[in-house]
Design a protein around this ligand. Structure first.
Ligand code: 13P
Length: 291
């Protein structure tokens, strides 16, 4: 398969009551791990890159590696820009072949958020790319994106309805009580709010900040309309812990082909667990993707 937009993926997940897992990747190794796990479990998957990842790894390398990965793995897969704020960067990366982007203008007031998102939607659709936007604001830390808890706020369902109508956006990230990064205490999700949003908005809904959210809470959110689940922190921690452990046991080690292997294994196990949580296992294997 080649890289696809997230449109078919998310609409199929919405129809069938599961979610597409979106894993934040950073380099060749993390891309390999996610693709291996998704391929082993026959799950559609989204490989997501924040602006820091694009800056670190370069969009051309990322696209080439992931495009090659899509040919080697027979699963629906896409490369997605996560939390990008710079409209020109987004447009340039779409021109290179990226089929799925998030424009995050959630820090602006409603009208400005609408205008920025609409501009990206109009551009992206010309290239067959799909667009996610965010309404409401998640707290926490995701790379360079830092939102103090006091500045975060939940999505207003009526505004969500207006927002989707005015922008033509393909999917909507909603703030229902999750946050990016680690939680100080167990997050409580506002399912009533999610149900209200779902009753007013027909585009697939996205849950950010899924690391540390109990498995059952994520599955309830999926039952109530979440079709894409974003996971970053919970992959980074086992990856880096395994490297630390390797160096504790082998203080003179210097070969990345050795010390990265346990890191990949540790991350693989979490990716498998999260795919099962999203109920996307065995959803890659049918012919309903028109690609
Ligand atoms: P976590 O780091 O909390 O898993 O959040 C990931 C995310 O929402 C990426 O957009």
């Amino acid at each position: 398969m080649s890289l696809i937009s997230t449109k078919e993926m998310l609409l199929k997940a919405q129809r069938e009551g599961y979610a597409i897992p979106a894993f934040n990747i950073h380099n060749l190794e993390t891309i390999q791990v996610v693709l291996q796990a998704a391929s082993d479990l026959k799950s559609p998957v989204i490989l997501a890159a924040t602006p820091s990842t694009v800056k670190y790894a370069n969009e051309n390398y990322l696209l080439s590696i992931i495009e090659k990965g899509s040919k080697l793995n027979d699963i629906p897969l896409t490369f997605h820009l996560d939390h990008h704020e710079n409209v020109e960067d987004i447009k340039n990366i779409i021109k290179l072949g990226c089929k799925s982007v998030m424009i995050d203008a959630s820090k602006y007031e409603f009208r400005k958020n609408v205008d920025i998102v609409k501009d990206v939607v109009d551009f992206a659709h010309e290239y067959g790319a799909t667009v996610e936007a965010e309404l409401g604001k998640l707290g926490g830390v995701e790379d360079d994106l830092k939102v103090d808890e006091k500045d975060s706020f939940l999505t207003d369902p009526n505004e969500a309805y207006e927002f989707v109508k005015l922008t033509g956006v393909d999917s909507l990230a909603v703030a229902i009580g999750t946050a990016h990064g680690l939680y100080k205490s167990e997050p409580k999700l506002d399912f009533e709010r999610l149900e209200k949003i779902k009753s007013l908005v027909d585009v697939p809904l996205v849950l950010h900040g899924a690391s540390g959210v109990p498995y059952e809470a994520v599955q309830t959110a999926i039952e109530k309309g979440i079709c894409k689940v974003n996971i970053a922190t919970e992959l980074k921690i086992p990856f880096s812990n395994a490297i630390k452990e390797y160096f504790n046991e082998n203080p003179n080690a210097s070969d990345p082909r050795q010390y990265l292997v346990p890191a990949k294994h540790a991350m693989y196990d979490v990716v498998v667990e999260k795919i099962k949580m999203c109920k996307s296992e065995n959803k890659a294997n049918d012919n309903s993707y028109n690609i």
